[in-house]
Design a protein around this ligand. Structure first.
Ligand code: SAH
Length: 391
């Protein structure tokens, strides 16, 4: 087995449990290997760090699977899937039949995402070295969850960077293309072979529900609505009027179909760029009681951070302009590269610029089925900041 020697200085994070060795952290590789093979990783003094798989074509060149000197067996992978699925049982609710079953590195299954939507399971493999375990993972999920169908959503473009094919196909069970699942008692339709990410934004379930407490009798604006997770929970919480904004036609269709599924009519659904919508609403002197901002990741890398900060500043500033005294802002960032303190400070600086005083209701994160692995800060990515405008 080839041995990867890591440069001095990077051993600390790896001994601390971080599972990634970047290309520029490798001093040299001893021995032969092919892409996807298992390799041993040692520090600059030759101390053993762990065993994982290598893909020289990927910036994340090695992903560590174990800190022991052991072969990674199918049985071990099966056990990890079982543990992941069983962990979710702590958080299961009767009114919710969707959950992320496997959250990659945070469940010790690097690059593997699995989600359950009602009777269906969707599996995505994003790292070359896990491809050889895909069948075992899929079969274990079927054993644990007993779904009607399991779909491989291997069409995420990032796979081409890993040198993997892009496809979406049925692995098991019935030919179901679209299905309906329940989140907090609200029905959502999902296209198992299409849709953004694996089709849903399950990380927001707890925040969707949180919104209900703040909206009774209120005028609510849901910006970056996607399938309407916030907007439909606003209905459940008794909002008097709701506007949902998204730039994508597909998202707009989803919001209206999901509303219909739940017998909800009269939502104001707008296809627009949220930046423009917010700015124009301010010009028209529109006012809202509650605004949700849940934009896509403005930055997927550290280098794009300053642009991202400007983006967050702009939408939060515009949203605050529209909020009445006593109004509530629920504002989000789903990019790991946007640090929590920088995000909070950016949002609060918008209030300062407007000379508005705010109360911090709370700072929350992703739902529990997206666990956080100690030593791997990348697994804690979603920031959900809730504010009340005091003047
Ligand atoms: N709030 C959703 C998830 C939002 S994902 C939920 O809780 O489920 C981000 C959404 O922002 C996507 O639907 C995308 O189409 C939309 N989007 C991206 N850029 C946008 C823009 N400039 N204006 C409005 N919507 C945008």
């Amino acid at each position: 087995m080839a041995v990867v020697h890591v440069i001095n200085g990077r051993q600390k994070k790896l001994f601390g449990g971080h599972p990634w060795v970047y290309r520029n952290e490798i001093e040299r590789i001893e021995g032969d290997f092919a892409a996807g093979d298992d390799v041993d990783v040692v520090d600059f003094r030759g101390r053993y760090i762990g065993r994982g798989f290598i893909n020289p074509g990927s910036v994340i060149t090695v992903r560590i699977l174990t800190n022991k000197k052991e072969d990674i067996t199918g049985e071990q992978i099966r056990e990890r899937v079982r543990n992941a699925v069983r962990y979710r049982a702590y958080f299961r609710r009767d009114d919710t039949d969707c959950e992320r079953l496997v959250f990659a590195e945070a469940d010790l299954l690097p690059g593997v995402i699995a989600e359950r939507f009602g009777d269906a399971v969707v599996l995505q493999t994003l790292a070359l070295g896990m491809q050889k375990h895909e069948e075992i993972i899929a079969d274990s999920l079927i054993e644990e969850v007993d779904p009607k169908t399991l779909v491989l959503r291997n069409d995420e473009p990032i796979r081409s960077k890993e040198g993997m094919k892009l496809f979406a196909e049925k692995y098991y069970g019935e030919d179901i293309r679209k299905t309906i699942f329940k989140e907090n008692g609200i029905k959502f339709e999902i296209d198992l072979y299409g849709g953004q990410k694996t089709g849903g934004f399950l990380d927001q379930k707890a925040n969707h529900r949180r919104l209900r407490s703040f909206v009774k009798g209120k005028r609510v604006l849901d910006c970056f609505a996607y399938s309407g997770g916030f907007a439909l929970n606003a209905v459940a919480g008794g909002a008097s009027s709701i506007t949902a904004v998204d730039i994508s036609e597909e998202a707009i269709d989803l919001v209206s179909r999901n509303a219909g599924l739940n017998g909800i009519y009269g939502l104001d659904i707008v296809k627009a760029n949220a930046f423009d919508f917010l700015r124009e609403s301010a010009v028209k002197k529109e006012r809202y009681d509650v605004i949700v901002l849940d934009p896509p990741a403005f930055t997927k890398s550290k280098s794009a951070l300053s642009g991202a900060v400007r983006g967050y500043k702009e939408i939060n500033l515009s949203a605050m302009r529209l909020l009445r005294q006593g109004g509530i802002l629920a504002t989000h960032s789903c990019s790991y590269h946007m640090p929590e303190d920088l995000f909070v400070n950016t949002v609060l600086s918008a209030a300062t610029d407007l000379r508005r005083k705010v109360r911090i209701i709370g700072l929350y994160g992703q739902d529990n089925d997206h666990p956080v692995l100690a030593g791997y800060p990348e697994s804690k990515y979603l920031k959900s900041l809730w504010l009340e405008m005091l003047n």
